[in-house]
Design a protein around this ligand. Structure first.
Ligand SMILES: [Zn+2]
Length: 171
């Protein structure tokens, strides 16, 4: 009985101190990292965060991933066939993880594909859609990979997919 009382109290205080930290970062004195890149984001992802911002802005969205503070890393994801994840909700910042094996073997476009998909969850608040064209091609970057449609993200189709990505957001 004692335990079950102690734990919620401990959680409350850890949440409280987290909010205190965030408040400090909101002041005028910005950490140096804020100017050079994205705080708590693997530098290999910075270029893709930059392009995501630019492409969203080109489509009329107000996107500032530095303010949004979506942390990101490239690390082993143990779950089979999972190439990226977005952790969201709760009291911490949203967090993108890209699988390191996928990253090392992927082209620039393949890397962009997975980073943009995860930011589609973590920044645009989008869920999955498995819709496909009459030829069986995925209509969205936000396909889960379990729905049966075929990816067609290519240099030629990129503009279409980015139009679709940024056209549906609750952010
Ligand atoms: Zn997803």
């Amino acid at each position: 009985m004692l335990r079950s009382h102690i734990i919620p109290v401990a959680l409350f205080f850890s949440i409280f101190s987290l909010f205190s930290c965030l408040d400090e970062f909101g002041d005028a004195a910005q950490p140096v990292e804020e100017e050079q890149g994205y705080l708590d984001v693997d530098p290999r992802l910075w270029g893709y965060y930059d392009i995501f911002e630019a492409e969203g802005k080109a489509r009329g969205l107000n996107i500032d991933l530095k303010t949004a503070r979506i942390s990101g890393d490239i690390d082993a994801i143990d779950e089979n066939n999972v190439i990226g994840t977005c952790q969201y909700g709760g009291f911490s910042t949203n967090h993108v993880t890209i699988d390191n094996v996928y990253w090392d073997r992927s082209t620039d476009l393949g890397k962009e594909f997975v980073v943009f998909h995860e930011l589609g969850h973590c920044f645009l608040n989008r869920g999955h859609t498995e819709d496909s064209t009459s030829e069986g091609l995925c209509v969205s970057l936000m396909r889960s990979g379990n729905g049966g449609c075929r990816d067609a993200y290519s240099t030629r189709n990129r503009a279409y997919y980015l139009d679709e990505l940024f056209s549906q957001t609750t952010n």
